[in-house]
Design a binder for this molecule. Structure first.
Ligand code: 3H9
Length: 710
């Protein structure tokens, strides 16, 4: 049985403890170990009941996700494994009890559903998160869960994948008792006591597969399934697995259990072999991979961040202060004038009130968070802060002036972070006496909501400050991605060609709304024109003015947005940009924009023509990919998966495509290159293929392989 499963006997109860840290995934050997333990205890006369528990900090977090890749690449056959174990637990002559702490997720919850009873610590969570990996529960979860919790709850859990608390699980019948206590020992004692009670009570012990009372009829289930499908289409647009999970739950109602599990197995397999599942599994591991910095080993000393100070109470500064407050870190928020400060604080209040109204936070939570933010116009307390974050206007001279001031005030050892989205960190650091403490913390707007934090390492930034920033990102519940110091870093550097191509397409005759529609249908949260209007077209115009090197002489330059700005059309904030906006920000196409585009084309000799949806998609997405490849070979991103995470969490790239680099891998880099070469033939300079793209395409390799080879 090896080290993966340990057996012991406590007060006449056989205890099977899974020991597969860190999360007790059901890796090869674990199901077999549970089964052997079960068989041993069933035939042991000194044992009256059996408890299944997870060692360490959690129950079982599910199947071992790494194994899925082996199955789909043909390296491994999917064996009977887990479902045999679950069957064994359910048909055991002696009562079986799952004791849950931490997480019972996916195959973990399915294993628990095989047990006759389930008990859990109050802090535990249970869930069927498989859809987040592009699959559905594959060990009878879609069949047993509706029998335990009812169809509505099962639909919610299987189609959206969100966890539920022990209390909620108890209320809905998924678990039988909440055990008081805090850790493994309390849970084990509670589970053993519960198991002893069940022995005394006597059988037959309930089998979830045989409980049909909560299922109802197919007619009753139909509207619930339809409502769930409608919600999925809205909230998980383009995702296949959630709709398939609903089909599987519906099968639990319309088919007898043995038929239902067969249907589930067919759907599971279909999902497992889909590109969407590969993309979402890639994203799962990528999110964890980005925490790893090759030259900074795990456990590298990091500084404590217990207090923060933010300079600038504008949109970004306010959102950053909220992020700190939400993490329970007291934060000072400074503005130059009382008026600007009041404005910033009012926006923070408004944001919290909105969350309160939506039921995201309680009143008590909001008051506690607001109390952690100290608005001020002076420098009080900045000399004690563990981190100072600058979030003033995006202007190098101003940032340098501010950093010079901060340098004079901050205590030794404080981290000095700039929220610049494009500017040179080294130049900013050069005005301080401690460039090793200076780092970029590029938050994304709205900073209190968006999960990405680009952490920009300057030439002299110390490893300790990098380690501190990576750890801090997790405390702030952000996904921190370490990037190098180039213009626009990774995200905005790639975004520039993406939006440039979108403008070129519009100038060549693709209606702006169609460009947006193509990207929206691809799965993006918003198309490039709508994003431009939201962020403000003046932002791009300023970047083009302040960074003339972006458009060397003789290269084609996008003209439309500068012309829109000249007309006072800055986007949503001025009521018009690429679109015209109604009072409630409803978007309308505007013939004036079409006229403008025609005029630009005529004045600058740009041929207007019919442009296909395919061309629109390939030009904007491959512009991202080509720039991403350059960034990789120049070393400004550590791995292609880092770029993917930046685009998934910072730019609304569709999760089920896995990020731009993974998407290119799925298309095939030879095909991507072919298209890039074709665009080069038509449009010249901007489409010179990145050498890395050429190299990998020639080798019939992928960005993912390239990551792994380093
Ligand atoms: C499934 O069960 C299908 C079934 O229906 C059965 C079909 C037959 N496998 O997230 P963390 C690794 S599908 C392999 O940082 P936390 C993770 O990569 C599965 N590895 O910890 C990381 O490795 P590293 C359904 C896994 O405390 C390390 O563990 N289950 C798995 O922040 C620590 O992870 C899920 O989808 C796994 N299942 O969060 C649950 N899980 O250190 C997925 C984690 O090398 N997991 N790892 O980077 C989670 O949601 C979180 O890990 C959890 C803990 C909330 C459990």
């Amino acid at each position: 049985m090896g080290e993966l499963v340990r057996l012991s006997v406590e007060h006449g109860v056989g205890v099977i403890t899974v020991q597969n840290p860190p999360v007790n995934a059901l890796s090869p050997g674990v199901p077999e170990g549970i089964l052997q333990g079960l068989e041993q205890f069933v035939s042991d006369h000194a044992v009256g009941a059996i408890v299944l528990i997870g060692g360490g900090r959690t129950f079982i977090a599910g199947a071992d996700i790494k194994e899925f890749g082996k199955i789909t690449s043909g390296q491994k056959r999917r064996g009977p494994g887990l479902t045999t174990v679950i069957q064994g637990l359910e048909t055991s002559q002696k009562p079986t009890v799952a004791a849950i702490h931490g997480h019972a997720f996916g195959g973990g919850l399915e294993t628990a559903q095989g047990c006759h009873y389930r008990v859990a610590l109050r802090s535990a969570q249970v869930g069927q998160p498989e859809v987040k990996l592009g699959i559905i529960p594959g060990a009878h979860g879609t069949q047993r869960l509706p029998r335990l919790a009812g169809v509505k709850k099962a639909l919610e859990m299987c189609a959206f994948g969100n966890p539920v608390s022990a209390a909620e699980a108890c209320e809905s019948g998924i678990i039988d008792r909440v055990v008081d206590g805090v850790g493994y020992d309390d849970l084990l004692a509670g589970a053993v006591a519960f198991a002893t009670e069940m022995v005394a009570k006597g059988g037959p012990h309930p089998k979830a597969s045989e409980q049909d009372q909560k299922l109802g009829t197919p007619e009753e289930a139909a509207p619930l399934c339809e409502a769930a499908r409608a919600l999925v289409r809205k909230k998980r647009r383009g995702h296949m697995a959630p709709l398939k999970a609903i089909d599987a739950v519906a099968a639990a109602v319309s088919l007898p259990f043995p038929e239902g599990v067969k249907r589930e197995a067919e759907i599971f397999r279909e999902c497992l072999f889909s590109t969407q599942s590969k993309a979402l599994i890639h994203a799962f591991f990528a999110e964890r991979q980005v925490r790893k910095v090759p030259d900074i080993p795990k456990g590298f000393p990091a500084r404590d961040v217990r207090s923060a100070a933010v300079l600038g109470a504008g949109t970004m500064g306010g959102g950053i202060a909220m992020s700190y407050a939400n993490a329970g870190i007291p934060v000072r928020l400074k503005e130059v004038t009382q008026e600007a400060l009041d404005r910033g604080v009012a926006i923070i209040r408004k944001n919290y009130e909105r969350s309160l109204k939506r039921g995201r936070f309680t009143r008590e939570y909001v008051e506690q968070r607001v109390a952690l933010i100290t608005p001020q116009t002076g420098w009080d307390g900045f000399d004690e802060a563990d981190i100072i974050v600058e979030a003033v206007f995006e202007n190098m001279a101003l940032k340098k002036e501010v950093f010079h001031q901060i340098d004079g005030i901050a205590r030794p050892g404080a981290v000095l972070a700039t929220n610049t989205s494009t500017l040179n960190i080294d130049e900013i650091a050069s005005v301080t006496s401690r460039p090793e403490d200076v780092i970029g913390h590029h938050f994304f707007s709205p900073a209190n909501v968006m999960r990405l934090l680009e952490i920009v390492r300057g030439a002299k930034t110390s490893k300790e400050v990098v380690a501190t920033s990576m750890a801090l990102a997790r405390s702030l519940k952000k996904v921190g991605v370490l990037v190098g110091n180039c213009h626009g870093f990774v995200g905005n550097r790639m975004f520039h060609p993406y939006r440039r191509e979108a403008q070129f397409l519009a100038e060549e005759g693709a209606e702006p709304s169609r460009v947006d529609r193509v990207l929206y249908e691809f799965g993006a949260a918003m198309g490039p024109m709508a994003v431009g209007d939201l962020a403000g077209l003046d932002v791009g115009m300023r970047v083009r003015k302040e960074a003339p090197h972006l458009y060397p002489p003789g290269t084609r330059r996008p003209l439309a947005e500068d012309a829109l700005c000249e007309m006072g059309r800055y986007g949503q904030k001025t009521g018009a940009g690429w679109y015209r906006y109604g009072p409630d920000r409803t978007r309308h196409e505007d013939p004036a924009v079409d006229e403008l585009l025609k005029r630009i084309a005529a004045e600058h000799g740009i041929e207007q023509r019919q442009i296909s949806d395919d061309e629109i998609l390939d030009r904007v997405v491959y512009a991202l990919v080509n720039e991403g490849a350059r960034i990789l070979e120049e070393g400004y991103a550590l791995r292609s998966c880092d770029i993917d995470i930046i685009y998934l969490y910072g730019y609304g790239f569709p999760a089920h495509r896995g990020g731009p680099m993974f998407y290119a891998d799925t298309v095939g880099l030879d095909k991507v290159l072919e298209r890039v070469e074709e665009f080069r033939g038509q449009h010249g300079h901007w489409w010179r293929p990145a050498p890395l793209l050429k190299q990998l395409a020639a080798q019939r390799s992928t960005f993912k392989d390239w990551d792994q080879s380093r």
